[in-house]
Structures are given as C-alpha cells and as structure tokens.
Design a binder for this molecule. Structure first.
Ligand SMILES: [Zn+2]
Length: 695
C-alpha cells in the first residue's frame, strides 16, 4: 500500500492530463521526443547550472502550452501513449461480431464517453437515484449503508501511490499486505474525505492558502447550485462542507509522519474499531460493502477516525447531506454534462494547477477508459504498440544495475558484514516486472453499455472496489500490477519486494533501442536505479526480503544510514521562489535518496557494460562527447521540464518528488564523476562542498 513511484501523480486525473487542444488525427501519432546531444546550450557553463545547460534550449523551444499544468520531454511520451490508446479504442469502438470481449468493453466505454450530446441532454438525471438516496438521509444512524453505497459508485482513489491521497468518500477501505505478514492481505481503513489535495490546503495560514479556500468554497456552492439548490442554500451548504472537511484535515495524520510505516501500523479488532467510533456501525458498513468481518483491521490513523466520530456525533444531518452531495457531485463530475465538467476544471484545473483550458474530449475519454478498464485497454495497447524486443533489452539493463547495487553493498564502508548479508538476501528476492501483467483481468462481470457513460464508470469502479475488498484475508498476489500498461511511470513496492516498469515508459526519451548504451543507462537506467534504491531508502530499508516491516539493520548501521540520509534531507529543504513555498526535504527524502543512489548504480552498470566492449567512461563517444558526458546529458534530458507556479505549489505541498531542476542539479552536484566529466572545479555551483551520498 505504499508504493514509491518515479513521477508525481498529481491530484485528480482531470488536472494531470490537461493536454493541448490539437488532436492527433485518428490514424497518425504525434512525434516522440528523442535524446539529442545537440540540444545543449554550449554558450552556458555546465558547472554553473547543469539544468540550464542541458534544458534551456529545449524549454525555450517548448513553452508550456496554454492548456498544460506542466511540460517536459516525457510529456510528449504521455501524449504519444494517449494517442496510441485512442487509436486502439477507435477501432475497438466499431461494433462488429469479431470484436473480442475485452475490445467490446473498452470500445463501448469509450463510445459512451464520446457521446457528448447524449450526456449533455441527460444532464443530472443519471445521478438522480444516488442524489435521492442522499436526500433521503433522515438519521445519522443510516450513514453506514449510504457511505458504503457512495464509495462503490465513484472511482477508487489510487491510494497506493501517494503517501497522502485524500480523494474519496470520508475514508478509504481497501486491501493491502499486512505490515507484519506481507503474504496476506489485511483490510485497511485509511484517512480520506477531503476534496482538496491535502490537509495543508485546509490548515495553512498564508494568504495564498486563504485565497484558495475562498475559491474552493465558491466552487462548492456553484456545484451545488448546478445540482438544483438555490443560491442561498448552496452558500450555506458550501460553508458546512468546508467546515466538515477542515475538521477531517485537523484530525488527519501529517504527511511527513505518515512516511514512517510504523506510524500507520495500528491493528484493531472489530470491537476496538467500534469502540473508537461508537456512532458509526461498522458491522452494517462491512455488510453493505460485501466484506466479510475480519479478525483485525489496519487503521492507519486512529486520530482521524476519532475526528470522524466527532463529526458523526455532532454535525446535524443536513450538513451530512450537503457534504455527501458535494462529494458525490465532485467525484462524478467528469462523467456528467458540460456545466459540471467545466466547473470542476475551473477549480481543480485552473486554480490548483494553472492550466488554462481543458484537454479535448477524445483524450479524456481515452484516459478514463484506461482508468476504468485498464487491462482491457492495456491488452490492445501492448499488442499494437509495444515491441517485445524492448522487454528483453530492459531485463538485461535491470540485471546489470541490480548487480551494480550488489557491488555497492559489498564495498560500502559504513555497513557491517551482518547487515550486508541481509541486504543481499533482500536484493536476491526482488521480483522484476516489465511491461505488462502475465494474466489479464477478466471484466466479463462488468456491464458496459454504449449509452450509459456514468453507469459504466460506476459499475467498473464498483467492480474494482469489490475485487479489492474480496482479497481481504486472502494471500497477496505479487504479480498483480498497480499501474496500467500505457502508464508513463514506474514504481517499487516494498511489501511485495517488486520493481515495476509499465510498457508505457519503455519508449523514447526513456528507452531508445537505437541509441548507444550511455544514453539508455543515463535515462531508463537511472529510472531502474531509482526504483531499485527505493527498496533501500528511508522507508524501503524498514522492510525485509519478504516484505515484512522488520528491522534487519544493526543499531550502528542504522545510525550511519540516518546520518547519511540527513545530509540529503537538508540539501533538498529549500525555498521554491516561483511557487511561494518551501520544499520539505523530509517529505521528499525517499525520492531524493532514490534519485541520488539510482544514478550512481546506473553509472556503475554502464561502466561494466563498456568494459565488456573494451571501452571506458572517458572513451570518446558520438558528437564529440565522452561516454560519461553522454550519460549525464541523457539523464538530464528526461527531466527537462517545468511546472506552472500553481502546479508547483500544489506538488510541493502534496507529494514527495522534488521539482525537475533539483532532480538534475542536486543529484549531479553530489557526484565527483560529474565534476570529472565536465572538468568542474571546487567552488563552482555544481560541485557541492558537502556532497551527500547514501548509495
Ligand atoms: Zn520514486
């Protein structure tokens, strides 16, 4: 349940995927971005600001489009993948007797989403039965069944991917490996229920935060008005919604505290859970979720549920109706008519991410088909767009970089032989998952209709939630994926001890079969290194080879580790002037450690590969550069990009990935190999006097 990703997954999908309005034509594909060493600005000094040296020409030639929250080299790959999904869906959407079952589901889902005229004509009526259920709430004792119903008709939050992902109805209920026995799934009850991106948005006291809260209250009122409330009523209800969500935020666990898994490992029996929240009947809730009663539940944040209890006990029933009504409207907005889509984009897109216009409908519909029926879409995508040879080459790269970490462990002068032995056991037990799952999810039980987009979203979400709940108490499947195949991202999961690289990222500029080793090790190699190191960062190192939360470090090795890690968290704690906020190095520590160590082991992997070809890092490569220079430029190239100030602010506050220029400059500034490659001298900005290194 705590997966460490390569890239930020920012807020709701509505915001992340704000894309250019120019559609790729139906059969054509947009260009992929290829690494090009000529792209550097040779008038600049690489030792002064390597991000500027490697990226400024690209950034100048590629300004953030008006409808984008961020723009970088890998965005082009994301767009390429969405166009690829689009092509497969356009074909799958053609009714024909020869369509496979998976194509029928994916194609009809897409077709129902594309039927904008029908969706607009229906207005709010598809959601009316659910809104009526909320309106019929007469007594708070009816909350368990109502909350369970609502949780089963909205898209399940990707709770796995961010340490604090709050989107959801009140709280999250899902399966996850037991911290103390990772072979088995336990039922997890997690904090959620806030409809802004994190608790800081409710609690911070600066002017910008106050301004955003005011805009949020207005947005909630407008959504309620669109749903038929009078203006006066909508204003009052919006105030109640903000007040209840603020109470949830106050009760919720802090994002940095949550990073330490032992802080969220609270196991409660049903009786203890009931005693924690006497006003909410859990037996009836679990029955309504079709979940068997389990001996124990993992309650990540007991204080959050104490706050939840207070709200159930004290808030009047009309406030509860207002909160649930807005939450349902918000979480269903992308499947409703244009006024709801536009109002939702206005706050979550414009205000929170700075995008100016919404992406075209065909892109949104392609993304939602992938979100709702990932394996049906993914199956067609990999058959058409993923070259099988990439999987073989990728496996070789992964093995070479794992070998490099093994060597790094052997030579670490700060680790005892005892801890080294256990680190090797963990590394050997790691499972490498490449491209797509061995077994595809069967969606035959999900009814998909060509004329019922909201219903398709509700039924596919209900199916996924039911699947997760049914796994509680059952063995964990290490081979299940938590990302869909076309996703441009990667993750490490310490509880299954796996590293996972979807097919979507195994394309240029990350992976390019036509480029030399130095370019691939610098790009996808550093990504592989990043994910491997996550197993040994400040979170990952707390899990053993079997994925259990078990300390396998000697006390003195732990102390040495923490000393080294503190150097990194201090280095990354810095003001981000354009966003008006400070980056918290304790929040981004795992990601920064993975970036720093990942590049080291990718470089070691390259050195070994070159050796086998009779070459060295200083050997001349193409374009008048050395192999080592090519490696660092290819590394920087995948991080060329920037965020709008609104999106940067949201990113810094909500999740643990440092902004792109720090992912370049802080990493290389810690490396003597970089100084050597570009002949940088002590005292120059890219040569840190106090260089940090863990791995
Ligand atoms: Zn990561």
């Amino acid at each position: 349940m705590r997966l460490c990703t390569l890239l930020a997954i920012l807020l709701s999908s509505l915001m992340v995927f704000a894309q250019p309005a120019t559609p790729a034509n139906d059969s054509g594909m947009p260009d992929l971005e290829h690494f090009n060493p000529d792209q550097v600005d040779k008038s600049l000094d690489p030792c002064n600001d390597f991000y500027a040296y490697a990226c400024s020409k690209w950034l100048k030639a590629n300004p953030i489009p008006s409808d984008q929250a961020s723009w970088g080299t890998f965005n082009k790959l994301t767009i390429w993948n969405i166009a690829a999904i689009h092509n497969t869906l356009e074909q799958a959407a053609q009714p024909s007797s020869s369509r496979s079952a998976a194509d029928q589901k994916a194609g009809d889902h897409y077709a129902s989403c594309m039927n904008e005229a029908a969706i607009n004509k229906a207005g709010l009526s598809p959601l009316k039965p659910d809104l009526d259920r909320i309106a019929a709430l007469k007594n708070k004792s009816q909350l368990p069944e109502l909350v369970a119903h609502l949780q089963q008709i909205v898209r399940p939050a990707n709770l796995n991917f961010i340490d604090a992902q709050y989107q959801g109805v009140l709280f999250g209920f899902y399966n996850g490996p037991d911290f103390d026995d990772a072979r088995m799934n336990i039922g997890v009850l997690d904090q959620s229920g806030m409809n802004m991106p994190s608790r800081e948005f409710y609690l911070n006291d600066d002017d910008k935060s106050k301004e955003i809260r005011e805009k949020y209250r207005n947005h909630v009122a407008r959504m309620l008005e669109l749903s038929g409330e009078t203006s006066q009523r909508a204003q009052a209800d919006a105030a109640a919604v903000l007040s209840m969500e603020t109470a949830l935020a106050k009760a919720a666990m802090d994002i940095v505290v949550r990073r330490d898994p032992k802080n969220i490992n609270h196991k409660l029996t049903t009786e203890e859970l009931q005693a924690l929240t006497p006003s909410f009947n859990w037996t009836r809730y679990f029955a309504a979720m079709h979940a068997a009663i389990a001996p124990k539940y993992l309650v990540t944040a007991p204080d959050f549920f104490r706050g939840f209890e207070k709200l159930v006990a004290s808030e009047p029933v009309d406030h509860w109706r207002a909160y649930l009504r807005y939450t349902l409207l918000h979480l269903s907005a992308s499947s409703l008519s244009d006024p709801f889509v536009d109002e939702s984009f206005s706050f979550y897109g414009r205000t929170l991410s700075g995008a100016k216009e919404i992406q075209p409908r065909w892109r949104r519909c392609s993304i939602f088909a992938d979100t709702d029926l990932g394996d049906a879409v993914g199956q067609a995508y990999v058959a058409r767009y993923f070259p099988p040879a990439n999987k073989e080459k990728m496996l070789q790269l992964v093995k070479s970089i794992e070998t490099a970490l093994g060597h790094e462990i052997d030579t670490a002068d700060w680790m005892s032989a005892e801890t080294k032995k256990k680190a090797h056991v963990k590394l050997a037990a790691q499972v490498d998952k490449i491209a797509y799952p061995d077994h595809w999810q069967d969606y035959s039980k999900v009814e998909i209709k060509r004329d019922d987009y909201l219903g398709n979203m509700q039924r596919s979400s209900g199916f996924e939630i039911g699947r997760r709940v049914a796994e509680i108490g059952k063995p964990v499947d290490r081979y299940r994926w938590n990302m869909t195949p076309p996703t441009v991202n990667a993750y490490e999961d310490p509880q299954t001890n796996t590293i996972n690289f979807p097919a979507g990222i195994l394309q240029p500029p990350f992976f390019d079969a036509n480029l030399p080793d130095a370019a691939n090790y610098g790009a996808i190699g550093a990504v592989i290194g990043h994910e491997i190191i996550h197993g040994y960062d400040d979170q990952g190192r707390k899990f053993d080879a079997d994925g259990n939360l078990k300390d396998w470090w000697t006390a003195s090795d732990s102390t040495s580790y923490e000393h080294r890690d503190a150097c990194i968290s201090e280095e990354y704690t810095q003001e981000v002037p354009e966003a008006g906020v400070k980056q918290n190095g304790k929040l981004s520590l795992g990601e920064d450690t993975a970036d720093n160590g990942g590049v080291h082991i990718a470089l070691a992997g390259l050195e070994n590969s070159l050796k086998s070809q009779g070459k060295e890092l200083d050997s001349a490569a193409a374009d008048g550069m050395t192999e080592l220079q090519t490696f660092f430029l290819a590394y920087a190239n995948v991080w060329c990009g920037e965020l709008r100030p609104e999106a940067a602010r949201t990113a810094v506050l909500t999740q643990g990935h440092s902004l792109n220029r720090y992912r370049i400059n802080n990493v290389i500034g810690n490396m003597s190999e970089f100084a050597h490659a570009f002949s940088c001298k002590a005292g120059q900005p890219m040569v840190r006097a106090n260089a940090c290194r863990v791995w």
